[in-house]
Design a protein around this ligand. Structure first.
Ligand code: FES
Length: 439
């Protein structure tokens, strides 16, 4: 029986002498005690465990931490109930779950609280209230004092509608009474200031009042009444009230601590994160600009996409063309169409033919040398006589001749897509029909 009593007091804590325990071990011990229904370790116990010292009741200097020890003191006199957090828990402002977390001694960061708020939102659990947030942040006394000690009824503006709500401090009620509507960024800045000064954050009712949302104050005003009657039982009602506010206006009612101004947390604290920017002319202009940019981009992209399916056409000169009347050409080589059609018109005493100006070696365009009466290729020196027949250089054969005929209007019609050749060692095509016109 003595062993059982000792187990009830110590839980799973090692007996004395005991080394210093870290937060993790103490947290597991608290969780164990919570599961087993044992009294939780008080703040003093936790500090003693961290220091590796015996707990006060272990050396007879304080009340035992458990009723199993048959202590005469009632539960209300235990060290847990004597702490500010325990007092808040006893008053119903802090749930047993949060009180357990606080009793573990772990100080929560604002981001951890934000994650917990998000989890509660997903699970449709009541959000952490100001007392719970302050307790988890290690600011329990500061969180509880001003709000409770400064009821709106005591404020000079008690007659104002906003001041009728017990959830709104006198300071905030005074601001609201001035008739100045706050923006969300201003509220976020105020939340940040309160965080820096260690003041309690603005609650939902205060935020709604400062935003000038009278509809939001109505349910908030009703909630404290219920909370006063049954503190913890009122929590779901407050949560449902907040949920109704969310459903009605789409605003976030969970804000976490006092984050820095300009951060997303600050926006969340000001109720900005879930409701988006205000619907004013500047924001509408911004949205129009964004959508116009997106539309322009998509239009350009679509045009490029459809252009991809169109053929890439290379526009080249026509291969069939007229070059004037036969009478316009005298004896010899005429070079006036060399640049435009890459041809020379050559007239002999008995015929007119058209030489296609392409060297038969590797395709360069030879030059006509009237002083030498020959064509000379600048690339490798091939030489052709005035009728385009090769006589020097690497050219293997005479230059080709284009098809030529007389059009119905009497002009000379040339077609460079039909060429006549004289391959080396083979019969010449230069006397074929179409290779020349009789002069
Ligand atoms: S290309 Fe004309 S001589 Fe070689």
């Amino acid at each position: 029986m003595a062993d059982e009593s000792a187990k009830g007091i110590l839980g799973r804590l090692p007996p004395l002498p005991r080394p210093a325990l870290n937060n993790s071990v103490i947290g597991m011990e608290q969780a164990y005690r919570q599961r087993k229904g044992l009294p939780l370790l008080s703040d003093a116990d936790i500090e003693a465990l961290k220091a590796g010292q015996p707990m006060a009741w272990e050396v007879g200097g304080g009340a035992p931490a458990t009723p199993v020890a048959a202590a005469p003191a009632p539960p209300a006199a235990t060290p847990v109930a004597a702490t500010p957090v325990a007092a808040a828990a006893a008053s119903g402002n802090i749930s047993a779950e949060v009180a357990g977390w606080v009793a573990k001694g772990n100080k929560w960061s604002k981001s951890t609280i934000a994650a917990e708020q998000a989890r509660r939102l997903r699970k449709e659990l009541p959000a952490l209230n100001d007392f719970e947030i302050a307790a988890l942040l290690g600011e329990a006394p500061a969180a509880a004092a001003p709000v409770a000690a400064a009821p709106v009824a005591a404020a000079p503006v008690a007659a104002a509608p906003v001041a009728a709500s017990a959830n709104i401090s006198a300071e905030v009620a005074g601001w609201v009474a001035q008739g100045k509507k706050w923006s969300k960024s201003t509220i976020a800045a105020e939340q940040a200031r309160r965080g820096r000064k260690g003041l309690p954050a603005l609650n939902d009712s205060e935020v709604a009042a400062l935003l000038g949302e009278p509809a939001a104050t109505a349910p908030a005003a009703a909630a404290p009444v219920a909370a006063a009657a049954a503190p913890r039982a009122a929590a779901p009602a407050m949560a449902s009230s907040a949920a109704a506010s969310v459903a009605r206006s789409g605003e976030s009612t969970t804000y976490v601590g006092t984050p820095a101004v300009g951060t997303s947390k600050a926006a969340a604290a000001g109720g900005v994160a879930s409701i988006g920017p205000e619907d004013n002319e500047i924001n509408r202009a911004r949205r129009r600009l964004v959508w116009a940019t997106v539309a322009a981009f998509l239009t350009a992209w679509l045009l490029a996409f459809f252009r991809f399916f169109l053929p890439r056409t290379l526009f080249e000169p026509a291969t069939s063309f007229k070059i004037g009347y036969p009478e316009e050409y005298g004896l010899g080589v005429d070079t006036k169409f060399q640049q435009k059609y890459r041809i020379w018109v050559d007239r002999t005493p008995d015929r007119i033919f058209v030489i296609y100006a392409r060297c038969t070696h590797l395709g360069c365009t030879p030059d006509w040398k009237p002083s030498e009466n020959k064509f000379k290729c600048p690339c490798h020196g091939s030489g052709y006589d005035s009728e385009g027949v090769n006589f020097e250089g690497p050219a293997p054969r005479p230059m080709d001749r284009a098809h030529i005929e007389t059009s119905p209007d009497g002009q000379i019609l040339v077609d460079v897509s039909r060429l006549y050749q004289w391959p080396k060692g083979q019969p010449s095509q230069f006397n074929d029909d179409g290779a020349f016109l009789r002069a």
